[in-house]
Design a binder for this molecule. Structure first.
Ligand code: 5RP
Length: 231
């Protein structure tokens, strides 16, 4: 088995474990990314077997996949509150369960859906668990108007921003914004950094998800470990 196959096995394992939390009648938030892909496939097969749920999507890609799986979707405003959201993450701090998300560019909708959810479950492979966040570049979504100014401020603050690319073009989110990936190094105080970045006019959202995950399902060598947020 290639390293990629092993990773995909881990992602599938964590995803299918998370789907066990979904019960008939629930409104389910669907995150985005290659790990959530396996959860959506599993939910699709359960729906075809009779599971009765409605879902809220966090990206165009997830919407297309969910529709192709026959999962009924409604908008977040129609849902008001979501029972459980399943999402991936790029990095998760072992103790706090704070995380960095947005590697797939869907951080804005993912955060809004997460904040509208009674329970948030993240599914990750073991390589994403860290003691301190900051190894993974921190995505920040920025509106196009005046974005050079935002870039300059982030650079002056030694946050080493890099504009995300999609081939030769600048990457655009589902809201037509840019993503700046910040090379912060270890983040000792996530709340302070998040507040500082969000105060810059033009920043829409950061990929720091603080106190949001309730449960993190970590797949490691054929088994899963379930981490719960400390109260
Ligand atoms: C997308 C995300 C994803 O959840 C995150 O990037 C993890 O993706 P993957 O499961 O493909 O590793 O935040 O915006």
């Amino acid at each position: 088995m290639s390293e990629q196959d092993v990773k995909n096995e881990e992602k599938k394992l964590a995803a299918e474990k998370a789907v066990e939390f979904i019960k008939d009648g629930m409104i389910v938030g669907l995150g985005s990314g290659t790990t959530v892909y396996f959860a959506i496939k599993k939910i699709g097969s359960l729906v075809r077997e009779g599971l009765n749920i409605i879902a809220v999507s966090t990206s165009v890609i997830t919407t297309e996949l969910a529709q192709s799986e026959g999962i009924n979707l409604i908008s977040l405003d129609e849902a008001e509150e979501i029972d459980v959201t399943i999402d991936g993450a790029d990095e998760v701090e072992k103790n706090s369960l704070n995380g960095i998300k947005g590697g797939g560019g869907a951080l804005l909708y993912e955060k809004i859906v997460a904040l509208s959810s009674k329970k948030n479950i993240w599914i990750v492979d073991s390589g994403k668990l860290v003691d301190v966040l900051g190894r993974y570049p921190l995505p920040v979504e920025v509106i196009p108007f005046g974005c050079k100014r935002v870039f300059k401020i982030l650079k002056e603050r030694k946050l080493d921003p890099v504009i995300r690319k999609n081939g030769n073009s600048d990457y655009k989110t589902d809201s037509d914004n840019y993503i700046f990936d910040l090379h912060t190094g270890e983040i000792p105080d996530v709340k302070k950094l998040n507040d500082e970045i969000k105060l810059i006019s033009g920043v829409v959202e950061t990929g720091l998800f603080i106190g949001i995950a309730d449960t993190v399902i970590v797949a490691r060598e054929g088994s899963t470990e379930v981490l719960e947020k400390k109260q």
